[in-house]
Design a protein around this ligand. Structure first.
Ligand code: URP
Ligand code: ZN
Ligand code: ZN
Length: 467
């Protein structure tokens, strides 16, 4: 199969020029100012006049088919990767989970079973480590050999995913020795649980108390502590879903001291705020996620962090639960609302709109934040994350002018298997029109043209290239 994408404006994290892209099989074979001599040989010609030709999006933080909060996230690897494809994302890194007391390798097998044959785009896994006794430390090297070169550990959710500081240090140290990376859910879950206990004792049960019991200082404390532990353990650290100015200050301070820490934020912290919890009739439950939505002024600080490089990446933390039957589990108390919200489909358009259209990010930075940074951080570059000869032909032909209103009722914007949109009514400019995954056209003018075909990405270690 050969594809010619012609007349497009090709934008990567560093380049911006007009030209043609020639794809042979799964990879980009040629890029040139004018490749029209190849047109007669093409199985498919895509005219990208007036469009941007950008690397397929990479969402480094999703939770598909994940048991959590007494239920399971509503998208599996079938529906979730199709929705991602519609939104211009061609690779995800999902979180496999180790059950406490069991091998992480078993957790990896379970996630391979969940994804194999179902995914329409390529996927990889971080491993959520819930314990790591000394006699099982060798598993971490085995995981790295299997292409799982990053681990997530939790300071939050005591009794569920939480691990203590000793476990953090042990896992951090081994991850550093193995040339791998730690992803950190940084919130002081022990203190937060005490605050929740007080709130419940005071009869505070509504969704808004989810935010009311998770102060930004407790996120900042987690960020500070995990950075200190990572510094001593000598491991590169990646703070996931950073939500607020307090936490970002800790990242900035550490980076100024030369510590190897980077942080991701998510569209929900850039576009939504804690007033959503005030919605009547329990509707605020739709936005119960962890960390919680924050006061609105934090948004400007996060956008500035993205612009100036203090924040390294934008991922969704896509963890959808239907309002009916799932979020409703917490009608009696916010403590029972499954934590998480949908977004994998909306990230590229939201970031283009809020970033490029609204003048906060350059086009190059938009590409970097939605694709290249994740590829480089998590051992997928240059196979993924750029448009270059030899790279996978994961490409989005992106219409920078097309406007859409994101809504559960707009079939162009909602393919996620969840009964609400976190961004209901948001008008966005910028649309993923044609999406290619390793040379296959998987979305054509908004229609999915294929199913399955996604493959596992065996990632490289920190600093190594993947070809
Ligand atoms: O609320 C969230 N973020 N749910 C997913 C689990 C996590 O902490 O990332
Ligand atoms: Zn988390
Ligand atoms: Zn998450």
């Amino acid at each position: 199969m050969s594809v010619l994408i012609k007349n497009g404006r090709i934008v990567t994290a560093v380049d911006d020029y007009f030209g043609d892209v020639w794809i042979e099989g799964e990879t980009i074979a040629k890029i040139g100012a004018d490749l029209s001599d190849l047109e007669p040989r093409a199985d498919r010609v895509i005219d990208a006049s007036g469009k941007l030709v950008i690397p397929g999006g990479i969402d480094a933080h999703t939770h598909l088919d994940m048991p959590f909060g007494g239920t399971t996230s509503a998208d599996d690897f079938d529906s979730g990767t199709k929705a991602a494809a519609h939104g211009g994302t061609t690779s995800i890194i999902d979180f496999a989970i180790q059950n406490k007391g069991e091998s992480t390798l078993k957790g990896l097998d379970v996630w391979h079973e969940k994804a194999a044959g179902k995914a329409t785009i390529d996927y990889s896994f971080h491993m959520i480590v819930t314990d790591m006794p000394l006699d099982r430390m060798g598993e971490m090297e085995r995981l790295a050999e299997e292409g799982v070169t990053s681990y997530k550990l939790f300071m939050a959710y005591p009794g569920v995913l939480y691990v203590d500081d000793g476990t953090l240090y042990r896992a951090f140290r081994q991850a550093g020795l193995n040339g791998t990376r730690i992803c950190m859910h940084a919130e002081n879950g022990i203190v937060i649980d005490e605050i929740i206990r007080e709130a419940v004792a005071d009869g505070k049960f509504e969704p808004k108390w989810h935010a009311g019991t998770r102060p930004t200082r407790m996120e900042a404390e987690g960020v500070h502590r995990s950075i200190a532990i990572a510094e001593v353990a000598d491991v590169p650290l990646y703070i996931v879903h950073l939500s607020c100015s307090d936490a970002l200050d800790e990242v900035k301070r550490a980076r100024m001291r030369g510590i190897d820490v980077m942080a991701e934020t998510c569209p929900q912290y850039l576009f939504l705020d804690q007033s959503y919890y005030e919605k009547p009739d329990f509707e605020g439950a739709k936005w119960v996620m962890t960390p919680a939505l924050r006061e609105k002024w934090n948004q400007d600080v996060l956008w500035e962090g993205l612009k100036y490089g203090h924040l390294a990446n934008v991922a969704t933390d896509h963890c959808p639960f239907c309002f009916k039957g799932q979020k409703e589990l917490g009608r009696e108390s916010f403590t029972q609302i499954p934590n998480g919200a949908p977004g994998v489909e909306n990230r590229m358009s939201l970031m283009f709109h809020g970033g490029v259209v609204q003048g906060r990010l350059s086009l190059n930075r938009f590409v970097e934040l939605t694709s290249t940074a994740a590829a480089k951080t998590f051992g997928m570059f240059p196979k993924k994350g750029t448009i270059a000869v030899g790279s996978d032909a994961d490409i989005v032909v992106f219409d920078p002018d097309k406007k859409q209103t994101i809504s559960i009722d707009n079939p162009d914007t909602h393919h996620m298997r969840v009964d609400y949109s976190a961004y209901e009514g948001f008008e966005v400019q910028g649309w993923s029109e044609v999406v290619l995954s390793r040379g296959r056209v998987i979305v054509d003018k908004g229609s999915l043209t294929t199913e399955g075909g996604g493959e596992f990405i065996k990632r490289a270690r920190v600093g190594d290239l993947l070809r």
